[in-house]
Design a protein. Sequence first.
Length: 68
Amino acid sequence: MESRGTVIHAVGKYQVYEVIKTYLDNTTEIIGHRVEGPGADSTSLLSKDDAVKIANDLSSTPSSKLKI
């Protein structure tokens, strides 16, 4: 089962959070990161560095240029 984990980076309206997988034996694993905010693709699993870069880029993009 996948669930939302801790927010590890926030800038403006954007947050990067961990995606956690919980196994049947109750162990957990961070399987990737997602970006949440206007114009962000919250369905993609990303590396931490890529997710932070995307959040920073989106935050500095004028809202009129975002694909929402």
